[in-house]
Design a binder for this molecule. Structure first.
Ligand code: G3I
Length: 372
């Protein structure tokens, strides 16, 4: 056997063993849980059957690796974390790259899971080619034409399979007096791009539920800017069905009052509410990317863990109170190991934001969330 083929075979054996150990642990039937033996057979989606769907953001590695066992056991909805964003799916004019998205969609359909489409228009992970024409900035007409073609192609490919879409992501300003974030879409198209995106999405699939999705919209000032945007779209007769409160939270926020106020405020517009990207950092919110500082602790200390358990408990207790307004709660990942918060905003700093730990074992927060 050559060294190369031995390497592959050896790697495969390791993967099989790790997966087998993980499956036993994840299934809960043969492992001992250090947190709560009584909770071993708890299933997240079953606990919330009478409340809302329980989703997870997933990538190719989630459905191809050991996390797929947890995914199938505990979740009944998925959101492709990256595969359907314009950059990955539409890298060049006239070129679509469907492989990863198709695999996720087919997996979800095979396992009777809902699929939440993410995302049609965003300034990050965008199809950058859309914004220029022959070396000059695209005109508004060119950009809206490309947006329309993109939305029609993507939405119609998955018509009848993807029932809800994040149509526009993060169009609202974080601070200041303006409602709109000054991003590249806004710079070229002005405010119209948000409205047009919803119009095109509705034309492409009149049955699909259309969401506006944003972060920090439980903070009162940003919440009010998002509220004004949504109110004016609805006033103009634009089809908007719901608002995605992303839920990139931490052990420090939101407060129960902020959460209740946000759900009440958005649903007063007649919109469905989803928590679309729930995770709970053990650090304070930061937006700008940076490297981990020398000496900066990134351990899950008992104090941080206890705060996280209490915060998850409060969040889910509160969400259960609004089950008639909330359609789905989606965690932004399955295990702590695969969370984006391990590389963003602080490169090299471990985080522990989800309900399953790095080995796929249910955390103390998991038991708080399912035992009620
Ligand atoms: O796929 C490339 C790979 O080819 C390349 O080698 C590698 C090198 O850096 O990068 C890979 O792309 C990364 C991509 O995730 C897929 O893993 C990007 O660098 C990385 O920036 C990207 O991060 C994603 C981030 O959005 C982009 O802003 C996160 O995974 C994803 O969780 C995050 O999700 C967003 C939501 O869509 C919207 N709300 C906020 C949320 C968190 O930022």
């Amino acid at each position: 056997m050559s060294k190369k083929s031995f390497g592959i075979a050896g790697g495969s054996i390791v993967v099989v063993i790790i997966t087998a150990v993980y499956m036993i642990t994840a299934s809960g039937s043969k492992s001992k849980s250090s947190s709560s033996p009584a909770g071993e057979d708890r299933v997240l989606k079953n606990a919330y059957n009478d409340y809302f769907s329980i989703g997870a953001a997933i990538n190719g590695h989630t459905i191809e690796g050991p996390d797929s066992i947890l995914l199938m056991k505990h979740f009944n909805s998925v959101t492709p974390e990256n595969a359907l964003k314009p950059g990955p799916v539409h890298p060049e004019e006239g070129t679509y790259s469907w492989g990863r998205a198709d695999r996720i969609v087919n997996f979800a359909l095979r396992h009777q899971m809902r699929i939440h489409g993410h995302v049609l228009v965003w300034h990050e992970q965008a199809a950058d080619w859309m914004f220029t024409t022959g070396g000059r900035p695209a005109t508004k007409e060119e950009l809206l034409g490309r947006m329309k073609e993109h939305i029609f192609t993507v939405v119609q490919r998955y018509k009848g399979k993807i029932g809800a879409w994040d149509v526009v992501n993060e169009a609202v300003a974080d601070n200041g007096p303006d409602i709109f974030r000054h991003n590249i879409w806004y710079d070229i198209c002005g405010e119209d791009y948000v409205k047009q995106a919803f119009i095109y999405a509705h034309e492409a699939d009149p049955q699909a539920k259309l969401y506006y999705n944003d972060y920090n919209i439980i903070r009162p000032d940003k919440r009010e800017r998002a509220y004004e945007l949504l109110k004016s779209l609805l006033y103009e007769g634009v089809q908007v069905d719901g608002v995605g409160i992303q839920g990139h939270w931490s052990i420090y926020e939101p407060s129960e009052k902020e959460l209740r106020d946000a759900i009440t405020r958005f649903s007063s517009l007649g919109l469905d509410v989803q928590i679309t990207e729930l995770d709970m950092s053990v650090y304070k919110w930061e937006k700008d990317r940076r490297d981990k500082r020398v000496g900066e602790s990134d351990d899950l200390t008992p104090g941080r863990e206890a705060q996280q358990v209490a915060q998850y408990d409060m969040i889910f207790k509160t969400l259960r109170d609004y089950k008639d307004k909330i359609d789905a709660v989606t965690l932004w990942g399955v295990t702590d190991r695969s969370s984006w918060l391990n590389y963003s905003p602080v490169r090299g700093r471990k985080n522990y934001p989800l309900l399953f730990d790095r080995e796929g074992k249910p955390k103390k927060a998991f038991y708080k969330v399912v035992d009620f």
